[in-house]
Write a protein that binds this ligand. Structure first.
Ligand code: AMP
Length: 585
């Protein structure tokens, strides 16, 4: 397929804010995509080159793109950079500079989706001496053959900052419309057929929507889902989990007290310690073990001791289990808060030594797949029974999450206090007969913790400091998440330190993390890819027309960097709303 066709779709989707229109544009397009190209197209529509769980990463910074534009457009890098600071968007800069150039060379070849994709994949694999030059050339090769419009989207894609407004739900609906609802043109007229829409025509096609939704939740991969949907419902039904491919984790809303928590999950319920660690999804396939974080990043290499222990203490040839890995003091055996061990997720060297200094215990709380059978639709109590049979418990190594089944407030409170005393965050309340719902923050499990409400917000922009803070980014624009999109909720500049202080976030640390993520720069303002999540304390949530979420925070303050979180699991607009309405209770 010609890349220009895909660009037409990007532009059409970008030009409307109406979800139904976007869905229709995408559905019409997906219908004409050849099966061989569906997976690539679905990644590119999401502005991705690799799925989340893939180890390969693009990692292209703005500086590199500037060099490529300069090479193609025959301008000095400093001139490109200057233009960038005035226009603010590197895509637009490339449109201007590269566009003029390609009009001069009339014989440039037509770009194909395949070529664009191939070069991007290559970018991720070049390493070592001269790699910067090679990457610059790979991008420049695309730009020199691109039309001005194509240049925009090539640049935005390599920067992983597509911004055409295709939310996950829209893509899921588009796949359903394209392949399973033949008469969607008529059906969609005047009727709302989106996931979030009211009843009505959605109900007529409930089964179709759910098939696509389920397949996506299990595979986490729109490419696989679209290919299956194109082949028909029976193929879609067979699309199951695959060991080695992480599935979206189930999340839980928060409740303020025991009574409310029970109201959500019913009595009796399974109450579990809520450990203050990080979530690890383990996949075992024969001798091979893979560990993923809740952001679906693979972290197997960082936890060699866990790999060994899982093999020893968890029976079975192939399985997917869910757990919380929590750190403890090697001298006392007492649990430690997450931030004390967060470096274990990122550390790339001296791993064995770090594992001794910062030992961890794995607390298994769910099984999603075991020896060829999916368990997610089994009730929770059955999944727990299964775990009991396959896990040999060894405290401080691998064990089942501490659990109490009760419907009694007093017993629940006692268990809650006991959990806090042991150094945990609080309790999880789990519905006994509920299935595991991947990727959902549903009421099948509910969390309860005493600490002040904080929000985990993603940084989307910042401002370069002046005076003694020059060289650092200051004043960070924060966003929450809604259906895969980021909505702004305010700015934060306090809580960060100028000098290195144990356990505190410094301007320097945050600046270094954000610098490679800058996608737009205008004057002192920068826009960054939404990847870094901060835990934010505040005094109050207020309604505000200033920010796209409709809310703002009073006196926000940075508490810590949540290295374990990304856009998919930062605070949602729904949570912000709940907190807002709960404030005055
Ligand atoms: P929160 O991080 O506040 O959204 O709470 C949900 C998280 O608590 C999950 O994603 C897990 O990482 C963690 N967690 C700790 N203990 C448990 C448990 N027993 N069951 C489920 N999740 C747990």
């Amino acid at each position: 397929m010609k890349y220009s066709k895909l660009v037409e779709v990007y532009k059409a989707v970008e030009s409307t804010s109406k979800r139904l229109e976007k869905t229709k544009i995408l559905a019409d397009f997906l219908k004409i995509v050849h099966e061989n190209e569906l997976e690539t197209i679905l990644l590119l529509l999401q502005g991705k080159v690799f799925p989340e769980w893939d180890k390969r990463k693009l990692g292209v910074a703005a500086k590199l793109v500037i060099k490529s534009i300069s090479l193609t457009g025959g301008k000095k890098p400093s001139d490109v950079e200057k233009k960038w600071k005035t226009i603010g968007d590197l895509g637009e800069v490339s449109k201007d500079l590269v566009g003029r150039k390609s009009q001069a060379t009339l014989f440039s070849a037509d770009l194909t989706v395949e070529k664009v994709y191939k070069n991007m994949v290559k970018i991720s694999s070049v390493e070592g001496h001269g790699s910067v030059d090679t990457k610059v050339k790979l991008i420049a090769e695309l730009l020199s053959n691109a039309s001005p419009d194509e240049a925009i989207y090539i640049v935005r894609t390599v920067l992983e900052d597509l911004r055409v407004g295709i939310a996950e739900g829209t893509l899921r609906d588009a796949i359903t419309w394209a392949f399973l609802i033949k008469e969607y043109e008529i059906a969609s007229k005047g009727k709302v057929m989106s996931w979030k829409g009211p009843e009505g025509s959605y109900n007529e096609y409930k089964e179709e929507f759910e098939l696509v939704e389920n397949a996506f939740n299990k595979t986490n991969d729109f490419g696989i889902v679209a290919v299956a949907a194109k082949k028909g419902t029976s193929r879609l039904k067979k699309t199951g989990m695959q060991v080695g491919k992480p599935i979206q984790v189930m999340l839980g809303p928060k409740e303020r007290n025991i009574k409310n928590a029970f109201e959500r999950v019913g009595r009796p319920a399974a109450l579990e310690y809520k450990y203050d660690g990080f979530r690890i999804q383990t996949h075992k396939d024969g001798g091979k073990i893979l560990l993923f974080t809740r952001r679906l990043e693979e972290v197997t290499a960082q936890f060699p001791e866990l790999v060994k222990r899982i093999k020893k203490f968890v029976k079975g040839d192939s399985y997917i289990i869910d757990s919380e890995v929590v750190g403890y003091n090697p001298n006392t055996g007492n649990y430690m808060p997450f931030q004390n061990i967060s470096q274990r997720i990122r550390r790339k060297y001296d791993i064995e030594k770090l594992a001794e200094q910062l030992p961890v215990e794995m607390n298994i709380f769910d099984v999603l797949y075991y020896e060829g059978k999916e368990y997610i639709n089994e009730p929770f109590w059955k999944r727990r029974e299964k775990l009991k049979k396959i896990v040999t418990e060894e405290p401080l190594q691998v064990k089942l999450a501490d659990q109490l089944i009760t419907g009694n407030d007093k017993e629940a409170d006692h268990f809650y206090q006991q959990s806090l005393k042991a150094g945990n965050e609080g309790l999880m309340f789990k519905k006994l007969d509920a299935p595991y719902r991947p990727g959902k923050r549903v009421g099948n499990m509910v969390k309860m913790k005493p600490v002040m409400e904080t929000l985990d917000l993603v940084v989307v922009g910042a401002e370069w400091g002046t005076g003694k803070r020059s060289g650092w980014l200051t004043s960070f624009t924060l966003g929450c998440e809604s259906d895969g999109e980021v909505l702004e909720i305010g700015k934060v500049g306090t809580g960060l330190k100028e000098l290195e202080t144990e356990g505190e976030v410094t301007f320097n640390e945050l600046t270094e993390l954000l610098k490679p993520l800058i996608v737009k720069e205008k004057g002192k303002l920068v826009e960054v890819k939404p990847k870094i999540v901060l835990e934010i304390a505040y005094e109050e949530i207020q309604k505000s027309p200033t920010y796209s979420s409709g809310y703002a925070l009073r006196f926000p303050r940075v508490l810590k960097i949540r290295y374990d979180r990304g856009l998919i699991d930062c605070s949602t607009l729904d949570e912000v709303q709940d907190l807002f309405y709960g404030q005055n209770k």
